[in-house]
Design a binder for this molecule. Structure first.
Ligand code: GUN
Length: 293
């Protein structure tokens, strides 16, 4: 039987660390980290994600601002909002909730966010920094996956890790972070041949597919760490991951549940990134002040 990795608990520990540091920044320097979240349109899932992000900011003592714009908002209007937020001293992180309405280019919008405030780490600059192992911000979900693996105490160096899914937001960056820990990494996708066989060799299996019951017991090595990034709904409308939990759990060594696994980590890592943005801003202004003297 597997040990269930408690994402809520690990996320609470990350947020407690962030809250403590935010308190210190307030006490010693009189500054409060600030996050702006922009949501365009009425996607119900996005609305829930955004309200959870605001709640997390309140929990850790950050200032936060949610900017809600209607579906018909133009790309130009959105870029103007970002431009204003880029210049605001009280805003350290900017997050544009995705997906955006079809008439707006996500690429153009993400690229308009100052890399120093890009707490999602979605901009080409920050993606490149992760690629060369000089990251400023880590993308939140992959960083959360790494934190959960760390919580198991399983050493990654030299291990076989398989990531199912090659998205820019989860699959590719997760593979890179595993590689940076000296794992041997395979990325599987819809064209992969012998998927079950490849997965069954994994000491660590990360699934980011978006299909319920996709990962079955025959795809899992005895004792493996199984991380389920999927957020899906089954036929009954119930929230579930990619992994056929009841079947895989007895075989795995460690496994994340859905809900309560990777989900809470994404927001915790966003708080960590926002705090980091504040600290970097402070360091940079202290440096400028020292140069003037
Ligand atoms: N939509 C779904 N997940 C995310 C996320 O992590 N960041 C943003 N900006 N949008 C999302």
């Amino acid at each position: 039987m597997a040990t269930i990795i408690d994402g809520k608990q690990v996320a609470a520990e990350v947020k407690a660390r962030v809250a403590k540091e935010a308190q210190r920044l307030g006490d010693e320097l009189g500054i409060t980290p600030g996050l702006a979240v922009i949501i365009v349109g009425n996607d119900p899932a996005s609305k829930i994600y955004v309200s959870n992000k605001k709640k997390a900011c309140d929990e850790v003592g950050f200032y936060s601002e949610v900017i809600r714009k209607p579906e018909k908002t133009t790309q130009r209007e959105l870029l103007e909002i970002i431009d204003t937020l880029n210049k605001r001293i009280d805003i350290d992180g900017i997050l544009v909730q995705l997906p955006l309405p079809k008439h707006i280019s996500e690429k153009a919008v993400i690229s308009a966010i100052s890399p120093k405030k890009d707490v999602d780490a979605f901009s080409p600059f920050n993606v490149g920094k992760v690629m060369i192992g000089e990251s400023v911000f880590l993308p939140c979900t992959p960083a959360g996956v790494m934190e959960l693996i760390k919580s198991t105490g399983v050493e990654l160096s030299g291990k076989n890790c398989v990531v199912i899914g090659r998205s820019n937001i989860v699959g590719k960056p997760t593979a890179l972070l595993l590689l940076q820990q000296n794992a041997t990494v395979t990325i599987c996708h819809s064209k992969t041949q012998n998927l079950a066989e490849v997965c069954s060799k994994a000491d660590v299996l990360v699934s980011a597919v978006g299909k319920p019951n996709f990962v079955t017991a025959d795809m899992v090595k005895e004792g493996a760490v199984v991380i389920d990034v999927g957020i899906n709904h089954n036929e009954d409308g119930k929230l579930c991951g990619d992994v056929k939990f009841d079947e895989v759990e007895p075989k795995a060594g460690f496994i994340t549940p859905v809900p309560g696994g990777v989900g809470p980590m994404t927001i915790a890592m966003l708080m960590e990134n926002t705090l980091k943005a504040t600290i970097l801003k402070e360091k940079s202004s202290a440096k400028k002040a020292a140069k003037k003297q």
